[in-house]
Design a protein around this ligand. Structure first.
Ligand SMILES: [Zn+2]
Ligand SMILES: [Zn+2]
Length: 550
């Protein structure tokens, strides 16, 4: 009997974000990605959502490494948190490691990580694992699929991918290699990207976006152009720079990550922009506006990002005017729509012209749509399939698609965060669970518990009422109060009677409790005030009772 392989999902199955899976063989753990998720609107004051590392922390000594499939934050952004509790080497392409490095350096943990660059087609021995790196096309260069050759057969992880047949750098998804793996040894288990499983058809090629951008630049002759896109989307940046240069423009990177990534990608030879066509954004004023393209971060409407600041007139070197055109070469990630709309509104307020993915084909997805996923299934022909990287409905859609392609229903496992799977001689099944709650991070240090978030939600939606009383317990007397203070519940000036009634209700309750010798006065105050507020205003603000002893 061959030893079993375990597979534990700490994130990414049930949400787009915080991707983190753990392969386990003979006691050694190998991570596939370690990402973060950006918070939803209702996660108040939360900066980042992490996978729950509780289980990994207990087994920190067993971690032999982490495969970083590509440089997006939802795949490498969590490393700077996990490295506090564990030391391990990180394997990925040069660009992936370069992108991952930034956050790890900022957290001062650079000496705890060992960066090991890998190249397309290479096979590495990592602990007991035999890992092969296979090129794929995605919205960041040098993205990888990984094939794990194990005693239980080959496990293929698709990485985030699309099947772009005309990628900007000519580096294709290596379907030929995947086909030969499938043909020669067979693929026991496939884990594949589900992001666009419920989108019909094929994704557009990235080079098609280049043509749109070129034509757009033609239309914008004589006007200054500001383009926002993901700073890691080096191929988009290349096509934008090409279009700019074709019309005699210089390129001015704006925003810290845009500047950093452009420098890094040029050094790695992944981005070709001649020196004479790059200027500092500080010098934008020295150039004819019709000869400039500003490349900005902030396409997701992030607070404090370069584009958001521009839209509110807060950039030092650049003030937008009706002579400017702003292009958002992006599509809002679910959860960011509102922020992006606000930025677009503000840009229009400044008089600028705005072009976005709703009015022009200035963006293409980096994830395979249904027809590409079917093609992929037909080449991989796995024995077992687990859809990954998606919300639950994406995973289900991807599973159904595989079933329609002829894969047996029982060989498709829809797993969720926290599920621990085993692959052994008998097949694949879910065997148990590990902790996998959302871990909320506020600021750079501590995590925020779910009840703190619940409090923030109540405060933001219902407000707070605090009721202060001062008592002499020995004499069983109310000495002062109740004093009522409130924020966000009602307008006190306009509701004096209501506040007086509230104080009266609490006074009676406290006096009764004192007379009866009930010592739990805070509870008494909370209950009396809460009932009154709910009866009279149908609201449930947070009630904060304060009992002082005289
Ligand atoms: Zn992703
Ligand atoms: Zn990605």
């Amino acid at each position: 009997m061959a030893p079993p392989v375990h597979l534990t999902f700490l994130g990414g199955l049930g949400e787009i974000g915080r991707n983190c899976a753990v392969l386990e063989l003979e006691g050694s753990l190998l991570l596939i990605d370690c990402g973060i998720m950006f918070p939803d609107n209702d996660m108040l004051g939360v900066d980042v959502v992490l996978p729950d590392f509780t289980w990994l922390r207990e087994r920190a000594d067993d971690i032999v490494g982490c495969i970083a499939t590509h440089g997006h934050e939802d795949h490498v952004g969590g490393l700077s948190y996990l490295l506090r509790d564990a030391r391990f080497p990180i394997f990925g392409s040069e660009l992936t490691l370069g992108l991952a490095r930034g956050r790890i350096e900022e957290s001062g943990l650079i000496d705890r990580a060992e960066f090991t660059p890998v190249a397309d087609g290479e096979v590495w021995e990592i602990g007991p694992f035999d890992v092969e790196f296979i090129p794929v096309t995605h919205s960041v260069p040098q993205s990888l699929a990984t094939a794990f050759h194990t005693p239980q057969g080959t496990i293929l992880h698709s990485g985030d991918f699309k099947i772009d047949l005309t990628p900007v750098d000519g580096r294709l998804t290596d379907l030929a290699r995947i086909g030969s793996l499938s043909h020669d040894e067979g693929i026991r288990l496939l884990l594949a990207d589900s992001t666009n499983a419920d989108q019909a058809g094929y994704s557009r090629s990235e080079s098609n976006v280049g043509e749109v951008l070129y034509n757009l630049m033609h239309q914008q002759e004589g006007r200054r152009v500001i383009v926002a896109c993901f700073a890691s989307h080096i191929h988009r940046i290349q096509q934008l720079a090409d279009a700019a240069i074709a019309f005699g423009r210089v390129v001015a990177p704006l925003g810290r990550s845009m500047r950093r990534n452009i420098t890094m990608a040029r050094e790695l030879g992944l981005l070709r922009i001649p020196d004479r066509h790059i200027i500092d954004v500080e010098d934008v004023g020295d150039h004819d506006p019709g000869r400039v393209m500003v490349l900005s971060t902030g396409s997701q409407g992030e607070a404090m990002s370069a584009l958001t600041l521009l839209s509110s007139g807060e950039n030092r070197w650049l003030k937008l005017t009706p002579e400017d055109t702003v292009i958002l070469s992006s599509h809002p990630i679910p959860g960011n729509e509102h922020a992006v709309t606000k930025v677009i509104d503000n840009l229009f307020r400044l008089g600028a012209e705005v072009v976005h993915s709703g009015v022009s084909d200035v963006h293409a997805t980096g994830h395979a749509k249904a027809e590409e996923l079917k093609l992929y299934q037909s080449i991989v022909r796995p024995e077992y399939f687990v859809p990954v990287h998606g919300e639950y409905h994406h995973l289900v859609a991807h599973g159904r698609l595989a079933e329609r392609m002829g894969l047996a229903h029982d060989n498709i496992v829809i797993a969720e965060d926290g599920d621990r799977l085993v692959l052994d001689d008998d097949g694949l099944r879910i065997e148990g669970r590990v902790p996998a709650d959302y871990v909320y991070v506020h600021g750079t240090v501590g995590s925020v518990g779910g009840n703190v978030l619940a409090d923030r939600r109540i405060l933001s939606e219902e407000g707070v009422v605090s009721v202060i009383v001062c008592v002499d317990r020995a004499r069983r007397r109310l000495v002062a109060g109740p004093e009522v203070a409130t924020r966000g519940w009602i307008h006190v000036e306009e509701s004096r009677d209501l506040v007086a009634d509230l104080a009266e209700r609490v006074r009676r309750a406290v006096e009764d409790a004192l007379a009866n010798g009930d010592g739990k006065l805070e509870k008494v105050v909370r209950k009396a005030a809460g009932q009154f507020v709910s009866e009279r205003t149908r609201r449930r603000p947070m009630i904060v009772p304060v009992v002082l002893d005289a």
